[in-house]
Design a protein around this ligand. Sequence first.
Ligand SMILES: [Zn+2]
Ligand SMILES: [Zn+2]
Length: 439
Amino acid sequence: MGSFKWINLFIIIFYCFLTATPIISDSNTIPNFLDLAKEPQVFDWMVDIRRKIHENPELCYEEFETSKLIRAKLDELDIPYKHPVAVTGVVGYIGTGLPPFVALRADMDALLMQELVEWEHKSKVPGKMHACGHDAHVSMLLGAAKILKDHEKDLQGTVVLVFQPAEEGCGGAKKIVDAGVLQNVSAIFGLHVLNNLPLGEVASRSGPQFAGSGFFEAIISGRGGHAAIPQHSIDPILAASNVILSLQHIISREADPLDSQVLTVAKFHGGGAFNVIPDSVTIGGTFRSFSRESFTRMKHRIEQVITGQAAVQRCNATVSFLEEEKPLIPPTVNNGDLHHYFQSVAKSLLGADKVKGMEPMMGSEDFALYQEALPGYIFFLGMEDVSVEHLPTGHSSYFKVNEDVLPYGAALHASLAAKYLAKLHQELPVVEVKYHDEL
Ligand SMILES: [Zn+2]
Ligand SMILES: [Zn+2]
C-alpha cells in the first residue's frame, strides 16, 4: 500500500472517529440481557408463566385470571403497577420513577377457537385458545421486567410495562391510551412472534407495516314472498348480490393500483327455504388499506354503494361499521428514527445477520393506536427451528409457540428500553422541549 493510501486510510478512520455517535454513552452499565434471559431461573420462570396462561385462555376484556397472574408476578418482583387500566390491563413501572419514560407492550387476549394441539398444557377452556402467541408476549414482558428489575439502579429513567387487553379486534390499545397512562412516555415498543422466521431472528420495516382495518355489516331489506311469484316480492337476495359485485368495483376501478387495498365480503345470510324470497339479507366484511386517506374514502364509498345499489333494486339498506365492538384500526406505521434505533440494538444483541427487513402485511395490529398518540415501533420475532418442525401460522388451531423464543423477546424488550432511556437521558433537554411542543 502506497503512502497516499495510508493517508487516505488515516483520514477515513479519523473521520469515522469524529462522526460516530454511539447510541449509548454508558453501554458498559447495560448488561447482555440475552445471556441473563437464558439463565434457567429466568427461562424456566417464563415458560411456567406462559404455560399457565396458555391453559387458561381469556377473550377480549375478560382477561381477569391473566391479569391476576401478571399482578402476582409483579408483586413477586416488587414492581409497582396500576390496575385496572382498560378493564383488565396492568401498567407496571421499573426505574427511577422520573422522566424519561419508555413503554413496552404485551397483549394478553386469546381467540375464540378450539385448540387441536395435543400436549400437556393444552387449553383447558373448550373453544378458546391462545393461537396468536399473546401468552408468550405476556411471559416475555414479565421476563424483561425480571431482568430489568435486577438492574434497576442502572436505568436512567422509567420503563413502563403495558399489559394490554383485547388486541384481537377489540381495540384494547385505545382504552390504554385513553386511560392517560402513556402521557409522558417518549416511545413505545412492541413485538409479535412469527411462525416462519428462524428462531432468534427479527424482521421489521420503517413506515407502513400493517394495514388499517375496518368491518362493516349491512341489512338489505326488500319484501318477502312466494319464490314462484317474484313480481309480488322485492328480492333482497338479488339486491345483495348486485351490491357485492358493485363493492368489488371500489378497489378495481376507483383505487390507485399502486396503493394496496382489500375489500372482502365474508358474510352473507339470507333465506332459509327453496321456495321463499326472504324479507332481508345481511352481508358483512372487512376493508383494509395502508393510508388513512384511502381508508376513509373506502369507508365512505362502501356505505354509498350499498345504499345506492340496494335502491336500484327497490330495497332499503342500513350500513353499520360496528365501531363500538370492533373499533377501526388505523394503519400501523413504524417511526423511522425508532427503526434505525431498533436495528442498531437488535444487531448488537443478535448479530447483524439476524436482523431482517419485512414486507408490509394486510393484517392489522391495534399497536397502531399507540402510534397515533406517540412514536411507536413493532417488530416480528422469529421462533421457527426447522430441525424440530415447521410451525403453523397464527390463528390456526394447530398453532404452537417454540418456547426457546422467550429469552429473545425478554432480552430485546429489556435492551430496547434500557438503551433508549440512556439515549434519552443524554438528549433530555432537547427531547423534553420537543415532546411538549407536540402536545
Ligand atoms: Zn391475532
Ligand atoms: Zn397477535
